[in-house]
Design a protein around this ligand. Structure first.
Ligand SMILES: [Zn+2]
Length: 425
């Protein structure tokens, strides 16, 4: 069956905006922003409210061992694997109203729209509130089976043990591996999110079709020179670690500016002894490198390494690099990208393809099932800030694209992944 746009089927933008406003009351800051750290009382209140909205939309709600809250809207074929959407409602300190929250509430609004008409897709729909996206990603990592065994790695910002945090929301660290999902347990995953960057706003596009979530490599670079007296050491006799480090920063910036989509950043630097009258003897700094291709990341890294070797030789310093983080790129499924783009055509919404350079729950879920992401514009590209803003129109557009993408995928995944389950039921 070819999917036809039901032009009458559209989300209620006012209802969606009202939910966004109401949830922003929980953890509201005096300046208009929101702070709802994962597992905090504010986060727990927000989860209770979202659970109520899920139930009102006709979903049954469960909590898995990792504290993920899962709303499920029945499909015509109850044994078929669900089409899954969702995001997070925990925030960074001093956040806005949209990061994560928008995707969850738009998912609920999509279900509201179907249930108001008494409609069910062939597949069930799941809307997931992933636990602690902003800090440890414990929720999505558990689903992907990517958790590390050491619970200390998942402590809260205040050092609270993850065991206690999970208990509070209905999870259980001791059996958290049960939260892991198999590829057979999901038909596909689509996350709707604000862009958190300036591209759509600048290009005046209504919808972003995400090509993938960039891989991220992080290193700690140590430059060792010789600390000595800033007055008595002649210029030609110095091994100034900061002068070498400055050249490393410029070399990294140059690599970032090459043609391509990569970004390269030195965001932190520690200086020793860090006093005005001593030559810096040691500098430590971060390198954050992101691109959609693992091979490209390897190549860029090799270039940076080569530049560093030259700088070390020229400045008489020793420079070493230690890896701190290695996240593989998560390409979006091409069929889901096409479905999103087609829905934009059908709904007459302007769109473009772009990578996501921020982390999302979707990057972990892509290790389990076909993944796609939909972006809506962030005014001036601002996010992780109380100034974060997406217009009600853009919010409604994105929710409509999510709804119709799920409906398209409902037809696509009839074969071959779901067909067995469907014929059984
Ligand atoms: Zn987010």
């Amino acid at each position: 069956m070819v999917y036809q746009v039901a032009s009458t089927l559209a989300v209620n933008g006012d209802r969606l905006s009202a939910m966004i406003r109401q949830l922003a009351q929980l953890g509201k800051l005096p300046n208009g922003g929101v702070q709802r750290l994962a597992f905090s009382p504010e986060d727990c209140h927000a989860r209770a409210l979202v659970r109520r909205w899920m139930v009102e939309a006709g979903m049954t709600v469960t909590i898995d061992e990792a504290g993920n809250m899962i709303g499920r809207y029945a499909g015509r074929f109850p044994d078929a694997p669900p089409l899954v959407t969702g995001s997070h409602i925990d925030t960074v300190p001093n956040a806005g109203h949209y990061d994560g929250t928008y995707g969850v509430l738009a998912g609920i609004e999509a279900v509201n729209t179907l249930s108001a008409q008494g409609r069910h897709l062939d597949h069930p729909i799941e809307v997931i509130v992933f636990a602690d996206e902003e800090r440890t990603m414990v929720g999505c990592k558990a689903i992907a089976g990517k958790l590390l065994p050491d619970p200390k790695l998942y402590r809260s910002r205040d050092g609270e043990p993850i065991q206690t945090c999970l208990e509070r929301v209905g999870g259980d660290w001791d059996i958290i591996q049960h939260a892991r999902r198999t590829p057979e347990s999901m038909a596909a995953f689509v996350e709707l999110h604000v862009e958190q960057g300036p591209v759509l706003d600048m290009m005046e596009k209504q919808i972003g079709v995400v090509t993938g979530i960039v891989g991220q490599r992080r290193y700690w670079i140590t430059v060792e020179g010789q600390s000595s007296h800033a007055g008595t050491t002649p210029m030609q006799m110095r091994q100034d670690a900061l002068v070498a480090a400055a050249q490393v920063v410029l070399a990294i910036n140059q690599v970032g500016h090459q043609p391509g989509d990569q970004v390269a950043t030195v965001g932190r630097m520690d200086l020793h002894p860090n006093v005005p009258n001593s030559i810096p003897g040691r500098v430590e700094m971060s390198l954050d490198l992101r691109d959609l291709s693992s091979n490209r990341l390897d190549d860029l890294l090799a270039e940076i390494q080569q530049a560093i070797n030259t700088i070390a030789a020229n400045t008489g310093t020793r420079i070493s690099m230690a890896q701190r983080l290695d996240n593989d790129p998560a390409p979006a499924n091409s069929h889901i990208q096409n479905a999103i783009a087609q829905v934009c055509e059908d709904l007459n919404l302007s769109h473009c393809h772009l990578p996501s350079r921020a982390s999302h729950d979707a990057q972990e879920i892509s290790r389990v099932t076909d993944m796609g992401m939909i972006f809506v514009p962030s005014a001036n590209g601002i996010s992780h800030s109380e100034l974060e803003y997406t217009s009600p129109e853009d919010c409604a557009n994105g929710a409509n694209v999510l709804l119709h993408t799920l409906m398209r995928l409902d037809q696509h995944y009839r074969s071959p992944k779901a067909i067995t389950a469907m014929t059984r039921s």
